[in-house]
Design a protein around this ligand. Sequence first.
Ligand code: FRU
Length: 510
Amino acid sequence: GDYGGQYRPQVHYSAPQHFMSDPNGIFRDNNGTWHLYYQYNPLGLGFGNQHWGHATSKDLYHWTNQPIALGPPSKSVALFSGSAVVDKNNTSGLFPGQDNGVVAIFTLAGKDPDGGYGGPQTQALAYSHDGGFTYQLYQHNPVINSTSTNFRDPRVMAYKDHWVMVIAYSRDYTVGIFTSRNLINWTHASNFSLTGLLGAQWECPNLIHMPYYDQKGQKQDNIWTLFVNINPGGPLGGAVVQYYPGSFNGTHFEPVDSAARSIDSAKDFYAMQFFNNVGPGTDVESPVSIAWASNWQYTQLVPTAQEGWRSSMSLPREHFMTKVKGAGWKLVSRPYNLDRMVSETLVVEKNLTKEVVAVEFSGVESKAIYWEIHLTGIPDREPRSLSLNVSFVSPSTAENVRLGYVFGAVDFDLFGGDTPFFLDRGGAKGFDHTFFTQRFSVSSPHDNGTWSVSGVLDRSILEVFIDGGIETMTSTYYTKEPISVALFSLSPDLPKGMNVDLRVVGLHGV
Ligand code: FRU
């Protein structure tokens, strides 16, 4: 693939060409190689003809594209989303003498006579003797049969002495929990349903054992967290990911409360999946996820088609749970090991004032930057009119993508106003569509007089981590001309004792 092109992200993964959507079957193998499969149409720039594309990486940033790993076994089905596990102890019997056999379990989506996907959705298995590069279909598929047309996205994991699968009964707002000893024979154990946001469909569930650090940063017992993706019907339109902290005993999941908690407060974060073979008890202590950085509302219309590709993944993120004053449980999300991608320091400003700091970064080869802003000494009584403003600008057209924080702001609506934290992609003029909402806001109260915001700007995607990753915003944007200047400022003057640090660095590309 050609990874040039104004819109092509350099730090985020995208398929060499054609249409990509959900991450599928992601796992870390026994040698520490990360495998990313993904929903892929090898023939077109829109959804259809779904296969599993494949890429591998040693660091989750530099990817090697691999041949397509799995395709539909017949013309009457497509290969939808699913997961993969390493069957180290050969519980399946498919890998005599091997400890690196890989089992992929996914949905075969039946087509209806008009070529749509109105047929039954069944769960099928494929296995790999070469560590996940090539697969054979299991002879006795499906491993879970069904007549339902909305039963999909099995996500399998190891739990003590057995395997657990979470799977969506999409139109019933239900996650089914199945158990197995051998990955082949599955028993329905329980359902979790009708909690939090319902939207129109539930998709791509994940159940993850999460590290928990309390407000003081002390490590506490891990907490199980169930993730459910909704599309359509998210609060901002289209897709959203929600999660439920709770307890899990190997067969049943019980949420701690009935709140709906969503992960991202912009519109390009969906079908989030966690890597298998990672997390508490492995040599990568934090769960690591990747999501599809797009939204079904407009993914098939975005102008990256000019460059022969559509959709990138989110950054790889590491996670833990915490508790936040007022809001209770929160998922924390941070870019995974981004440090190793830093190519050059552009600005380190120890004391940002109302002067505008302009960072011209057209000299950074990738045109991708990371920036972070740390505030300390914020007075208890917030300076009402004070605002922090960040603007990414295309100098030739004056197009921009902006974000900022307005101190002491009380009212906001989800789609904007400049309060209290906001992101606005309306100044980018390369794509116009009703559902391509321009402005997003989220409340981000701060504690102890400190607050921070950081992010990665990568050609056509901006990923923002607010207050250490307690909130995130992932937003694609399409300018007519490339962005190459970042402006940082505060207005009006800072109150006494308040300090703002800024760091901007360039990032290595692919
Ligand atoms: C989520 C989803 C899944 C399905 C896949 C098909 O984006 O709708 O439920 O398996 O996409 O591509």
